[in-house]
Design a protein around this ligand. Structure first.
Ligand code: PGA
Ligand code: ZN
Length: 438
């Protein structure tokens, strides 16, 4: 069998934070090869697949020798001879072999690198670029996503200098993916100049966004609006703001601890604060506005603002189809972040996107804060017609490589493959851009 798995080999490589991670290479009988690297999160949901780390004092306990041994031993034994085209079969073998709810036995890192490497090998075996193989296999119309790009980092990615984790822009009014990147490049540079002028240019956060030297979360928002204007754009016109609050990271005893402002908000007060931001700034998307266990808060927030902004569940939904279905029954969120390593396998990630679509939720394929040169998510977002892609900032090559790969694929597909503002159709932006204060 040409696409039968001949061998699997794991190696230790290093991620964008200089931490060890797992790379898996899969060779097929016919000579095709696939390769993938596990990314790593810093603000992780408690319900997501867990990485297997060796512990101890060396490399701050983060080494991955056990995960690598699992791939080279048990995983290889179980998968050699299986057909790489049967992704669902490969992934269910991995899931059974692991046998734990959070993939702690084999390690989410071992599993995700294996699952993605098999997908790459299958595409290579079929002589197709990954995005095209994915589109054909899963019956999707491939499209180039709307990019969500970080200008200021924060939260767990910036020593908790500000509470909010990501201050991002989207350019739904762009005519092409390339134009969206060009507008973003201008905004990123303008933001850097503003920070430099204030004497606050001290480097970048984990995903390459400017380090958030601000006195309040709102000052970051104000500065972002100023940067959009300095780039020659009218905020809320072509360009909108997107936030990842990552609220689980500062949830404390049922409330929310704003370290920067030295005060603790109740869930209701948190909703009121975010609501005032939505009323004052051109925000079209908010991720994890409330904590992963604040079900009532997430429902209340969605009731209040779900018809105006996209509300993405990241830690809240952890790329889990069952949690998406439960949230849809509950009226919580209206979009889901898709991180393959949160689920642990390709098949489970795609099942989550399917569940989201069934519920009328949008999907945003996302990188992690610890990334590598692996380009799988660019291809997945395109081949699965996800509509949106979140990769981090507009600097540092573990991020830029993913934007650049989308550009190459856009060239192949032609400009009308770009989804433009369609993913934001059900937000104020898509409904005629009413309610923008600026
Ligand atoms: P993480 O953050 O990769 O550090 O978990 C990314 C996100 O919260 O979207
Ligand atoms: Zn997030």
């Amino acid at each position: 069998m040409k696409t039968g798995i001949k061998s699997l080999q794991a190696h230790r490589v290093w991620d964008s934070r200089g931490n060890p991670t797992v790379e898996v290479t899969v060779d097929l009988e016919g000579g095709a090869r696939g390769r993938a690297i596990a990314p790593a999160g810093a603000s992780r949901g408690t319900r997501e697949a867990v990485d297997l780390r060796d512990g101890g004092s060396r490399l701050r306990g983060l080494d991955v020798k056990a995960a690598i041994a699992n791939v080279n031993g048990r995983i290889a034994s179980a998968l050699v001879g299986k057909d790489a085209l049967d992704q669902a079969g490969v992934d269910s073998t991995l899931i059974e072999l692991d046998g734990t709810p959070l993939k702690s036995e084999l390690g989410g890192n071992a599993m995700v690198a294996t699952s993605l490497a098999v997908l790459h090998a299958a595409a290579a075996g079929m002589n197709l670029p990954l995005w095209k193989y994915v589109a054909q296999t899963y019956g999707e119309e491939a499209s180039i996503p709307l990019a969500e790009i970080q200008i200021f980092g924060g939260g767990a990615h910036a020593g908790r200098r500000v509470d909010v984790q990501d201050f991002m822009v989207m350019v739904p009014g762009a005519e092409s993916f390339d134009e969206a990147l060009e507008v973003t490049a201008e905004i990123y540079a303008a933001a850097g100049e503003i920070m430099a002028r204030k004497g606050r240019s001290v480097g970048v956060a984990d995903e390459g966004g400017w380090w958030p030297v601000f006195d309040s979360n709102e000052e970051a928002l104000e500065t972002l609006v100023t940067a959009i204007e300095a780039a020659g754009e009218k905020p809320g016109n072509r360009v909108v703001i997107s936030l990842d609050i990552a609220a689980s990271e500062f949830a404390q005893d049922g409330g929310y601890r704003l370290a920067l402002e030295d005060r603790t908000l109740s869930s209701d007060e948190m909703i009121a604060m975010l609501g005032s931001w939505i009323n004052s700034y051109p925000i079209a998307s908010i991720e994890d506005p409330l904590a992963e266990d604040d079900r009532e808060g997430m429902r209340a927030f969605t009731r209040a603002y779900g018809d105006r902004v996209q509300i993405i569940g990241d830690d809240y939904l952890v790329t889990n189809a069952g949690l998406v279905e439960a949230a849809a029954d509950d009226g919580a969120c209206n979009a889901v972040l898709i991180k393959v390593n949160q689920a642990g396998t390709v098949t489970e990630s795609i099942a989550t996107l399917s569940a989201a679509r069934k519920a009328g939720y949008r999907g945003v394929v996302s990188a992690r804060s610890g990334e590598t040169e692996d380009l799988s998510i660019s291809h997945l977002s395109i081949g699965l017609n996800a509509g949106q892609l979140k990769v981090g900032s507009f600097t540092r090559s573990e991020r830029m490589a993913k934007w650049n790969e989308c550009l190459r694929i856009q060239d192949e597909m032609g400009e009308n493959a770009f989804v433009g503002g369609a993913p934001l159709a059900n937000t104020w932006w898509g409904k005629g851009r009413n309610g923008v204060a600026s």
